[in-house]
Design a protein around this ligand. Sequence first.
Ligand code: IPE
Ligand code: IPE
Ligand code: MG
Length: 259
Amino acid sequence: MALFKPKPNVSVANAQLKIPDHIAIIMDGNGRWAKRRLMPRAAGHKTGMNTVKKIATAASDLGVKVLTLYAFSTENWSRPNDEVNFLMQLPVDFFSEFVPDLIKNNIRVQIIGNIDGLPQSTRKAVQNAIVQTAQGSGMILNFALNYGGQIEIVEATKKLAQQVADGKISPDDINGDLFSQALQTASLGELAAPDLMIRTSGELRLSNFMPYQAAYAELYFTNVLWPDFTADDLLQAVTAFTLRDRRFGGLNDKYESES
Ligand code: IPE
Ligand code: IPE
Ligand code: MG
């Protein structure tokens, strides 16, 4: 994990932040942000899109390697048509405005979720952004779009079952590595598991977001609504992460050195 020297005005124990390799964010609270302002929900989504730009840049500046953003779940199709249509247009606007900045910041776009289930214009915008930013050697900006963690696991299981049926592998070959390779995060390799998972807006649940990959993620919940979330809030989450003691079922260094 990279060490990052914070700006002098940031108070962090040991004056050094541990930067998570992979941060995943459940961007929630757009609707409530708008409602509080007596604005239509779409206004919250639009402002939330600007937050995506700010936070992607901030995460890249911190040295995060993968930033996964939950933008649309497989359950979000159950919202009113108008809202779904607006949400499907957002990636088109986002990429047409922001791809030059992504390229400038060396950020590469990737997607998890069922891309084939998106309207054609959305799919095209996403595919173009992936191609246009493919040379980026810095942070991976991984959008979860039409993503559902349960269907991801079901589809991975089907893929492996098919390989068994075809005689390519035997059931005993199926292990954690092979299963990870069948998930939609396969291309992230070692970085597939988020180190830090953030949810905004005060909801205390995962809502079908990366249930397999988040097995050992540090969870961070904040009441801040996504459109209000700032680079400083991100830094606060990373500061909290820095102070966590990740044991992965083992013992921490302190106890190990005592024994
Ligand atoms: C998050 O904000 C964006 C998406 C789920 C697409 P919401 O739209 O869920 O906002 P709230 O939870 O209603 O405030
Ligand atoms: C989760 O938020 C999905 C995204 C942020 C894209 P929701 O607002 O859809 O989740 P629930 O319905 O509150 O669980
Ligand atoms: Mg919500």
